[in-house]
Every structure is written in C-alpha cells, then in structure tokens.
Design a protein around this ligand. Structure first.
Ligand code: NAD
Length: 364
C-alpha cells in the first residue's frame, strides 16, 4: 500500500464513544499505526480525547477527515444509521474502512455498502471484536481441527435482565434498525456462524416482543423490540437457536455461544462486559467430549487474562488485524459479505415475526 510519510498506517477514528475509545486504545498499542485525526460532533468528547491522547487533528465533521490526504484508513464508530453513508463516503475518498457492527441498519443499506465495497479496491472490515478474543481464537482453532466432529446444532444468545443505558438512537428503529437483536444478537450470531465455518442461512422462524418496553418506557421514541428469538436453519443442515433481550425477567445477563457436534461440544459463556457480575472465574471456554467412552469436560489452562482484559485485548487484536490488512494489502477475516449475511438473517427474523410464518431466505 501507499504508506504515509511517517512509514506508518495513518488512521482516523470517527465517533469517540465507548467503541471509538477502544479503537484508539488498539491503534495506540500497534507500533506501525499512527492516529492522525479524530472526529466527533461532541465538543467535550473531541477536546477531552484530543488532550488525553495527544492527537494532532480533531474535527467535528467526518467530511473534514475524509478530505485529509494523509489519512489512509478510518474507523467508523458512529451510530448504526451512519455506518453506510460514512463508509461509502470514506471509500469514495480512497480510505480503507473498519466499520463498527452492525454493517447497516437495514438489509437494503447493507446491500448498498456491499456493492460499494465490491466495486472498490479499498479494504473494508467489519469490527466484530468478539472474533478477536484470545479464547475465541483458540476455540476457533480447536473447532477447525475437527475436534467437535460435525457441528449440527448451536445455541447462542445475549439476554439482559435490564439495560440501564437505553436511550437516544438505540430505541429509534429508523436509526438503529432494531433493538437487542441488531445490537447484541449481531455479536453472538456472527460469532456462532464463524465458529461453525460460515454456513449460509436457508430459512428462519422468528419471535419478537416489546412487552416490557411498553411499561418501562424510557423517554423518547421506543419502537424497537425488547426481546427477540429465532430458529435459523443453515445450508449444511445445522441450525442455530438464537435469543436476545435488553430487558427480561431472567436471573442475570447471559452471553453465550454453544456448539454441539457429533464428537464433542464447546461453550463460550461470560457475564457482563463491564463488571462481569461476579462471574469473573468462569472458564474462557469449555469443551465437552468423551474419552474411551467416558464423558469428559475440559477447559483451557493458559489463557491468563482476566475477563475484562480479554475484552480489551479483543479490540487491540481487531484493530491490529485491520491495520495489517491495510499495510500488507490482505483481505480481513471479517468481511462485508459476512456482515450482509447477518443482516439477511435479521431481516428474515423480523419479517417472520411480523408475518407469523417461516421465511425462506432468497439471494440475488
Ligand atoms: N463492538 C462493540 O463491542 C460495540 C460496543 C458498543 C457499541 N458498538 C457499536 O458502535 C457504534 C457506536 O456506538 P456508541 O455506543 O458509541 O454510540 P454513541 O451514540 O455514543 O455514538 C458514538 C459517537 O458518535 C458521535 N456522533 C454521532 N453522530 C455524529 C456525526 N454525524 N458526526 C460526528 N460524530 C457523531 C456521538 O457524539 C458519539 O460520541 C454503534 O454502531 C454500536 O452498535 C460496538
């Protein structure tokens, strides 16, 4: 690639909320990356981040970042409805893009960005940080080695008892694209499909509710679901049961992906990202198999990082991978087409729930 004058990949981060800060942490930990600019419409966030991190250029409008010739690549860490227009503008301006999940707030928007990426020679990567957890990378190697045999069923979910952060664009369907399904479900559905070798969905049955949201209504628009579940059938004959919620009368927050194969099973489970809800001693993942006919459970022994450090490391690994792809002109492991496949499934779940029938997924 064209490497910047300072011989580093020169990046800008657009959107400086929690994920934007994690992208900045990741880039700061990557020696061959230089953060040349940051962007956020919030003055406080922009000034505070610039002061804390010593970035040369700080601007309020993303168009100003895209006009900077020295910037090679951008992280798009903006609210969902801005992912597509800003990513397309960035590609048009010759920038490589690392875009936060979900790919888009609708399937049609997802198809728009996919077309733009395919028509361009710029690198586009979807920021699916859970793939970059050290424990998931280890689990992926174990699954790819055939240890579980044929994986024919999986259950995955992210269900919250109550999310205090519900506000703003998250609960406005026109801006977010949906509720916990597109917010949290994207993470666990992507992770599970990827661990299974990225089979494609064939048909979907969905159930979507807003029963608690109607009563515990935060101020402002709330026209998204508060709970969604689905049975997703895949082209290799396997199926995934998926469940997500922002609020539900469940014991605690559950975040999990469990694969069931002909020779073994594997479970990734964790507590709350931020405080781990007292579940810090959970194993990074577990394996279930049988040896000489005896049922045996196993867990990794040398993943020493704490749950929070594993989460933070996932962002550092993700941003480093993106920067390596830009530097070496290699394809990223989290692609626009995989992001689009997730949107296809989500779209089918919402349609299935609205129409009260199973949806067969069609592809052009
Ligand atoms: N990978 C993860 O674990 C993870 C975690 C949280 C959020 N996310 C994703 O990251 C994205 C951002 O989420 P968030 O919680 O930071 O949202 P947010 O509402 O905090 O927005 C992020 C920032 O974008 C800024 N912004 C909004 N519109 C802008 C514009 N037009 N120009 C410049 N700045 C603008 C806001 O001021 C804010 O600081 C979402 O798509 C979300 O799905 C990913």
């Amino acid at each position: 690639m064209r490497v910047s004058a300072n011989d580093k990949v020169n990046v800008a981060v657009i959107g400086l909320g929690w994920p934007g800060q994690r992208h900045l942490d990741g880039y700061a930990a990557t020696p061959f990356v230089h953060v040349g600019a940051i962007c956020d419409m919030s003055d406080d966030l922009l000034t505070g981040t610039r002061t804390a991190r010593g970035v040369e250029r700080a601007v309020h409008h993303y168009e100003d970042v895209l006009a900077m010739p020295e910037i090679d690549a951008v992280s798009v860490c903006l609210p969902n409805w801005l992912h597509v227009p800003v990513s397309i503008a960035a590609i048009g301006a010759g920038k490589h893009v690392l875009c936060e999940k979900p790919l888009a707030n609708t399937l049609a928007e997802g198809e728009r960005i996919a077309a733009a990426v395919h028509a361009s020679d710029r690198i586009f990567m979807l920021a699916l940080n859970n793939r970059f957890r050290v424990e998931i990378q280890a689990l992926k190697r174990i699954v790819d080695a055939g240890t579980l045999g044929e994986v024919y069923y999986a259950r995955a979910g992210w269900t919250r008892r109550k999310w205090a952060g519900l506000s703003g664009w998250f609960t406005d369907k026109a801006k977010s694209g949906g509720g916990p399904l597109i917010d949290l479900g994207v993470h666990m559905l992507d992770l599970t499909l990827w661990l299974m070798g990225s089979p494609r969905a064939t048909r979907v049955s969905g159930a979507v509710y807003d029963r608690l949201a109607r009563e515990l209504h935060p101020s402002g628009t709330f026209d998204v679901e508060d709970l969604a579940a689905a049975m997703i059938h895949l082209d290799n004959g396997a199926a995934i049961a998926l469940e997500t919620s922002w609020m539900s009368y469940t014991e605690r927050e559950y975040i999990y992906s469990e694969l069931l194969g002909t020779q073994g099973g594997a479970k990734f489970e964790r507590g709350n990202n931020r405080n781990d809800a007292g579940l810090g001693d959970m194993p990074p993942f577990q394996l279930f198999t049988s040896l000489a006919g005896e049922p045996v459970n196993a867990e990794p022994v040398d993943i020493a990082l704490s749950p929070m450090d594993r989460l933070l490391a996932s962002f550092a690994n993700e941003t480093r991978h993106f920067a390596e792809c830009v530097r070496d002109v290699t394809p990223p492991i989290a692609t626009v087409d995989q992001g689009l496949e997730i949107l296809r499934i989500l779209d089918a779940i919402y349609r299935s729930a609205a129409e009260g029938r199973e949806i067969t997924i069609s592809r052009r």
